[in-house]
Design a protein. Structure first.
Length: 318
């Protein structure tokens, strides 16, 4: 008989030795969210829930607080994104890779010992501080790489100072396009340096979070409207997709879903707007103290708040 894959809170508790009450507490604190609900309204969990519950118990055992455990879970979600993106490159031994606008190289740093033997990776960024950091990281950690993996480093602005003369099996452009004034021109350059069968792997700005924030603002009566910005970001994303399809023979789109589960403080919602939507925050600067107080007074379930964040990933074939 096939093993049952979906469990109620009571069944999950019996499997793991944790009470249903504790499981409900973890849900309230956004540590262990149900994967769904039954027709009768019971929380439902799956095999991944068992692993997550075990992680929580271990972290509790070593003395971490609820807030510290939540932070560890968030970090683990970020690790999954880098692993997922790396897997989409489908690298094999001996490939040549160009990473345009590599930043601090998290795609490679987070998958350091998974890079196939014989791979050559050229890291390019216009910020010298990023390249110097990666050079030092490479020197300190190259002994952990597989055989004959090499990194090359270049400080350059790929839009205004194209220095690429080689050809590549993969070109990476993670969250680069919003900084490029003429994306199609750069795409044409990338197309010319791709080996037959190679592709450009590109990610773009996430969506879903601003939409979830707007729902909270509406519920609490805060007069801060993100809808124009949400629409603008959507139009920019669709425009980029059109540019890719004009330039490349085939464009495959996939998405990675991540979740924000619970906030430590209600005003953290506004902190995101201040940090990431500077123009809008400046327009409402005089009212932010009032907004923060309103959130503290009226938003009681902030610890259980959920938002789904979608990251689009494109593979563009010449």
């Amino acid at each position: 008989m096939e093993e049952k894959k979906i469990y109620t809170a009571g069944e999950l508790g019996r499997l793991t030795g944790v009470s249903a009450r504790t499981i409900r507490f973890y849900d309230k604190k956004a540590l262990l969210k149900p994967v769904g609900y039954s027709d009768s309204g019971y929380r439902l969990y799956n095999q991944e829930s068992i692993l997550q519950l075990q992680r929580i118990r271990v972290l509790q055992y070593i003395g971490l607080s609820v807030d510290e455990i939540r932070e560890q879970i968030r970090k683990a979600q970020n690790e999954k994104w880098f692993q997922w993106t790396f897997d989409k490159l489908a690298l094999t031994e001996g490939m040549h890779i160009l990473d345009m606008g590599c930043g601090h190289g998290n795609l490679w740093v987070k998958n350091w010992n998974r890079i196939p033997a014989g791979t050559t990776i050229t890291l390019v960024d216009k910020r010298n501080v990023c390249i110097e950091y990666l050079k030092e990281f490479y020197r300190d950690h190259k002994r952990f790489l597989q055989d004959h993996v090499t990194f090359q480093f270049m400080v350059a602005d790929m839009e205004t100072n194209w220095k690429i003369e080689e050809t590549y099996d993969r070109v990476v452009a993670n969250h680069l396009w919003k900084f490029i004034e003429q994306p199609e021109k750069l795409m044409e350059r990338v197309k010319k340096v791709l080996h037959p069968g190679g592709f450009l792997l590109s990610t773009y700005s996430v969506y879903g979070l601003l939409e979830a924030i707007q729902e909270v603002l509406d519920q609490t009566g805060i007069l801060l409207d993100l809808r124009e910005r949400i629409l603008q970001k959507k139009e920019e994303r669709l425009m980029l997709e059109d540019q890719m399809r004009r330039c490349f023979e085939r464009v495959d789109l996939e998405t990675f879903s991540n979740r924000v589960e619970g906030l430590d403080h209600p005003e953290d919602l506004l902190a995101y707007i201040k940090n990431c939507e500077g123009r809008l925050a400046e327009e409402h600067r005089a009212s932010f103290k009032e907004y923060e107080q309103k959130l503290k007074n009226e938003w009681k379930d902030y610890a259980a708040w959920e938002a789904e964040i979608i990251t689009p990933l494109y593979r563009c074939f010449a």
